[in-house]
Design a protein around this ligand. Structure first.
Ligand code: SF4
Ligand code: SF4
Length: 444
């Protein structure tokens, strides 16, 4: 082993990078290794590369960076690893180091430093940037542009809805279904069970406003007042995953400020990618005493609805509450950052199965990445497309007519893939929309 350089900072936590015992048990769960069969595109190979870069046994150059770039950051390896390797943390540290010491081609620099870091995290900038793209898409003029622009255009949903959420949304008298599920008497004058914060997200707020509204409606129906602080910002996931840890820390501090004004029972997020970063603020900001308390309160919507009680009772009475969805055959895709980073796989299934009943169909490889992976489908479109095709094939194999998931990127990626495969009849739904539709069905 070469001695550490006196000039370059040590970016890897030594003990965490040495936790890999090279057993290879993670290889079969790594989507890029499954796609290429190249050890350098596997978790074990990438950890070896990270250590080699740290120890300056190999230079930071196009070849080494390539294998780190093609990692989805899906963390399937972390969930499979018997040694408890914190792969996501090693990856973020390595990407941060690379971005400080490697010069990228101009287009990649534009994508990473401008589009992903300076536009996507700011809703009004994103709206401005998307306006011409939507015009081009509506005019059907996409074919006039190169393939990577056509691919990016295809990701734009046709039915974008912007969120306009109130700062406080009060607990509702329980809906008929929830009311019956709880076995409670009365209806009006419900006292809130508690007060939760809601993180509206960047992409969610601009493209999936109705989903955010449905999320709040579900929380209100579950008996909770919901606070949506206006001065909250991007969670920092895009920065952390893209190698800009200082910007991720600044975003985390801003959210700690925004959510620290009043006591909250929980902080709810409905986007899996954001949720995993929010739950790791304590790692991003180890010296900020507020970070651990904040992270401990962050709950994915599905996790909270099941843990908090009322909606978990859905599982006992699917036949009485299923109306609109009874003819749909439903499957579920695990968003990587919910299944692998947060290790949440059962709560969303409990909710979806409760409504779909016998019409629930488990797909092959439900937790293999669809290729979205945050901004990966923009920076690595070829690998993203290979994984998209694999995911669509697995969806089609089920015969499902509706696929439910918990992350906006996965929804866009699967929608595009299904359309390309001529399967536009298969509906893609966020779990909040799926549940809200069901509740609406029972409560005209
Ligand atoms: S990351 Fe974990 S599973 Fe993969 S080779 Fe290292 S120790 Fe084994
Ligand atoms: S994060 Fe995903 S793509 Fe990257 S090495 Fe781990 S399993 Fe493979």
């Amino acid at each position: 082993m070469s001695p550490p350089s006196p000039t370059l900072p040590r970016f890897l936590d030594e003990a965490k990078s040495l936790a890999c015992i090279h057993c290879g048990l993670c290889l079969g769960s790594c989507p890029t290794y499954l796609a290429t069969g190249n050890e350098n595109d596997s978790p074990r190979g990438r950890i070896y590369l990270m250590r080699a870069i740290q120890e300056e046994r190999i230079p930071i150059g196009d070849t080494s960076v390539r294998h780190i770039d093609t990692c989805l950051g899906c963390r399937a390896c972390e969930a499979a690893c018997p040694s408890g390797v914190h792969y996501g943390e090693l990856l973020e540290a390595t990407r941060d180091h690379i971005e400080h010491h490697h010069r990228r081609p101009p287009f990649q620099t534009f994508l990473r430093r401008i589009l992903i870091e300076r536009i996507f995290p700011h809703p009004w900038r994103m709206k401005l940037a998307l306006a011409p793209a939507r015009l081009i898409k509506r005019a059907g003029a996409g074919h006039l542009f190169p393939k990577f622009i056509r691919d990016a255009l295809s990701l734009l949903p046709d039915d974008m809805s912007e969120g306009d959420l109130p700062e406080l949304s009060r607990a509702l008298a329980p809906s008929l279904s929830l009311h019956q599920m709880r076995g409670e008497g009365g209806g009006e004058g419900l006292r809130a069970l508690g007060r939760v914060g809601f993180i509206r997200g960047c992409v969610m707020n601009v493209m999936f406003g109705r989903t955010n509204e449905n999320t709040i409606r579900l929380l209100n129906l579950a008996g909770y007042d919901v606070i949506t602080p206006r001065d909250q910002g991007c969670c920092g996931a895009l920065h952390a995953h893209g190698g800009n840890l200082s910007a991720a820390r600044a975003a985390a501090r801003a959210n700690l400020d925004a959510f620290s004004r009043e006591p909250l029972d929980a902080i709810i997020i409905n986007a899996a990618g954001c949720g995993s970063t929010l739950k790791e603020y304590s790692r991003l900001l180890p010296d900020d005493p507020r970070a651990a308390a904040f992270s401990a309160k962050v709950k994915d919507l599905s996790e909270f609805l099941v843990q908090s009680g009322p909606l978990s009772a859905v599982s006992g009475a699917p036949s009485t509450i299923n109306s609109k969805l009874s003819t749909q055959r439903v499957t579920f895709h695990d968003a990587c950052h919910l299944a692998h980073a947060q290790r949440i796989t059962q709560p969303p299934r409990v909710l979806v199965k409760a409504i779909a009943g016998d019409n629930y169909l488990e797909m092959p490889e439900p937790d293999v990445c669809c290729g979205s992976a945050g901004s990966y489908n923009l920076t690595e479109p070829e690998m993203a497309e290979r994984l998209q095709v694999r995911k669509v094939g697995n969806i089609l194999r089920t015969g499902a007519t509706c696929i439910v998931t918990t992350n906006p990127g996965c929804l866009l990626q699967m929608r595009t893939g299904l359309d390309k495969a001529g399967a536009s009849h298969i509906e893609t739904l966020h779990i909040a929309d799926f549940l809200a539709r069901h509740l609406d069905a029972g409560n005209p």
